[in-house]
Design a protein around this ligand. Structure first.
Ligand code: C2E
Ligand code: CA
Ligand code: CA
Length: 632
């Protein structure tokens, strides 16, 4: 009898069924649909075998019973294709009207087919134990129905390709190809009964690639792994299910690695996961090596669940017999709908981690407010990227007045973005985001080049401007290739480097003063000079002022204002001025808006004045007019 193939298929399906159910699993709808497809194929294979046995044992006298079994087999084939189609629909999870009608029509179609096939004639061909098959209208109808399901299935896979992971898509397509090839072969050679078996192979592929519960479980700890988390999250968004989450993160994994053997750390982690699992009703995922995510359905109150978790985890943990210093960071995410899909949620989780990487807070909250800010930054990032692309990064210039010469001797280059409507976006609105994203490097080089070109092309030196001051961000200062990049621009534009003064700011961002100083030395060798910007804003310390090879100190607007506040401050600032002068540095006072400020500052040892009193930062043409007015 020609049933070995079918028996293999049956054995395979039973094995997969057992394997699918002997592991704990997250409530994934795709898994339930997979089990349905698996059972559908199993039933089809069993009926296939039964129909062959019935035909062989009928010895040419085909009774109603033989025909009934054969028809039952045909019906089961259509159901098998239906269940496969159901699995695909669930995986896609789309909520379009197409999917809605598809669901209704396919349900009507499967019911109708189950009703029609029993009434269609069927004939049986049986010459030997290996040459037997059924044919006739019932069989033709079955082929047709199966093909319709397969074609619709392929259509859904193609239409919703974007909603599926690559793995899922390829596995789904493999399954379809196997079925089509088997159906064609069986159609052309009726006695090769392989459709059921090839569907079993398709199921095997899907199992291995997508539905193997082992692949969702983390070996070391027995928690669900990151793949499980991604899949679960995807399902929640696709089905519009809102969840809440809690992230539990280790603040000091390095400490643990330095202190204990890896095997013992793993033992500890196993215990930790067990505690996590037992103290919550949610699903526990080990999302990253030292980060666990617990997901809760809407029904569970996150605050209560969190409190329970704190109380269970806040205990004495031991590793290698000693009390281990376990420092945990908790992040509550009360509403998964702050992100529109799984991918953006994962991106937001990464951004949140970056934002709080230096925080000493142990209870964090990723809520609406943070999300709104994140989205705003995200928008700003898009604005910057498009401004760079469309050359809408502009440089404005603010003149700097020399108290000795009684005229403008230099100017500060200040960046602006012109938005698509022609509005000017000030640097305060985008520089912090540009620094976070690294886009400041591109902006920095654009501003530098434009300022150099402006200086050269309009012969500013001849108009009395000896040099331009250009701002450097801490991020730029930390790049070891900064000097080389600037050198390239200088050569390209053909500017005399002594016409360039770079403003640096003391900030937390300068993590390695060595790189900064080496950059400065290289550029000083070229002829560039440096200023220390924002002096008096909190970060300034005198060491910096004395250590760095600078020539100018720029007093921040706050410092300028403070000078006029009261006598005590005036005295203190007066002695700071003396000290700066003693170090042989020049001083720029920023933020001068009033005549009396100018008069007073010009009377003491301030070399330069910058402020709205003379001019706000203005576009190139306006700046040129300012200079022309000065020479006139
Ligand atoms: P900053 O370097 O301290 O620049 C001086 C800021 O003070 C400018 O603001 C300027 O318009 C403003 N200002 C000048 N005089 C007065 C005054 O009399 N009164 C008041 N109220 N404000 C005055 P702006 O152009 O908005 O720039 C803000 C900051 O953005 C700059 O502060 C600088 O830190 C940063 N920035 C600007 N351009 C660049 C750039 O090309 N690269 C980098 N990395 N940062 C830049
Ligand atoms: Ca500046
Ligand atoms: Ca400044």
């Amino acid at each position: 009898m020609n049933i070995q193939v079918q028996l293999c298929g049956i054995a395979l399906m039973i094995l997969l069924l057992l394997l699918s159910n002997n592991r704990k699993s997250i409530r994934l709808h795709s898994k339930q649909a997979f089990i349905a497809a698996l059972c559908g194929t199993l039933v089809a294979l069993v009926l296939d075998v039964l129909s062959i046995i019935a035909i062989v044992n009928a010895h040419g006298h085909f009774t109603v019973f033989t025909r009934a079994i054969c028809k039952a087999y045909l019906i089961s084939l259509v159901w098998m294709c239906f269940s496969m189609n159901f699995y695909t629909t669930v995986s896609v999870g789309a909520k379009s009207s197409f999917m809605h009608y598809h669901r209704i029509i396919s349900q009507i179609f499967i019911c109708l087919s189950s009703f029609i096939i029993p009434f269609l004639p069927i004939y049986i061909h049986h010459t030997s134990r290996t040459d037997l098959y059924s044919y006739g209208p019932a069989v033709l109808y079955t082929y047709l129905a199966a093909f319709i399901f397969i074609i619709v299935n392929c259509y859904i896979l193609i239409k919703y390709k974007k909603k599926l992971s690559k793995r899922r898509w390829i596995s789904g397509m493999n399954w379809m190809v196997l079925l089509v090839v088997a159906a064609i072969v069986q159609f052309l050679n009726n006695s090769l009964l392989i459709i059921g078996f090839s569907s079993a192979l398709g199921i095997l592929i899907v199992y291995i690639r997508l539905e193997n519960p082992e692949s969702f479980i983390e070996r070391e700890t027995g928690c669900f792994n990151d793949l499980a988390f991604n899949t679960y999250l995807e399902q929640c968004y696709n089905r519009g299910e809102r969840i809440s989450m809690m992230i539990v993160q280790f603040a000091n994994p390095h400490y643990l690695y330095e202190r204990y053997y890896t095997d013992n750390i793993n033992l500890f982690l196993k215990e930790f996961c067990k505690t996590l699992d037992e103290s919550t009703k949610g699903n526990v995922f080990r999302y990253r090596e030292w980060e666990f995510v617990i997901t809760f359905s809407r029904k569970i109150n996150l605050d209560e669940a969190a409190n329970k978790l704190y109380s269970k985890l806040d205990r004495i943990w031991e590793i290698e017999g000693e009390r281990a210093n376990i420092d945990l960071i908790y992040t509550k995410i009360p509403n998964s709908f702050i992100a529109r899909d799984a991918e953006s949620m994962l991106e937001m989780m990464r951004a949140f981690r970056r934002d709080y990487s230096n925080s000493s807070d142990r209870h964090l909250f990723m809520g609406d407010e943070w999300a709104a800010n994140y989205r705003r930054e995200q928008n700003i990032e898009d604005v910057i990227v498009s401004a760079i692309k469309d050359d809408r990064i502009k440089v404005f210039y603010q003149p700097i007045y020399s108290t000795a010469a009684g005229r403008f001797l230099s100017a500060e280059a200040l960046v602006r973005i012109v938005d698509t409507d022609g509005n000017i976006i000030p640097p305060g609105a985008f520089i912090p985001v540009a620094e976070d994203t690294g886009l400041i490097l591109q902006i920095g080089i654009i501003v530098f080049k434009k300022a150099c070109q402006f200086m050269v092309e309009h012969k500013l030196y001849e108009k009395g401007i000896h040099y331009l001051e250009i701002n450097l961000s801490a991020i730029q200062c930390m790049r070891s290739d900064l000097a080389d990049e600037f050198k390239k621009v200088i050569d390209e534009v053909g500017i005399d480097p002594s016409m360039i003064n770079l403003e640096i700011t003391e900030s937390k961002g300068i993590s390695s003063p060595e790189i900064l100083i080496s950059n400065m030395k290289k550029m000083i060798d070229m002829g560039i000079t440096f200023s220390l910007d924002d002096f008096g804003t909190g970060y300034s310390n005198l060491d910096y002022l004395l250590e760095l090879p600078i020539e100018i100190v720029k007093f921040d607007r706050k410092m300028t204002l403070a000078y006029f506040e009261n006598e005590k401050r005036q005295a203190v600032i007066g002695s700071v001025i003396n000290m700066v002068k003693a170090a042989d540095l020049e001083i720029v006072a920023e933020g001068v808006e009033e005549q009396y400020q100018l008069d007073e500052l010009a009377g003491i040892d301030i070399d330069f004045i910058q402020g709205y009193y003379f001019s706000k930062p203005v576009p190139e043409e306006e700046f040129l007019r300012l200079l022309d007015a000065q020479t006139a």
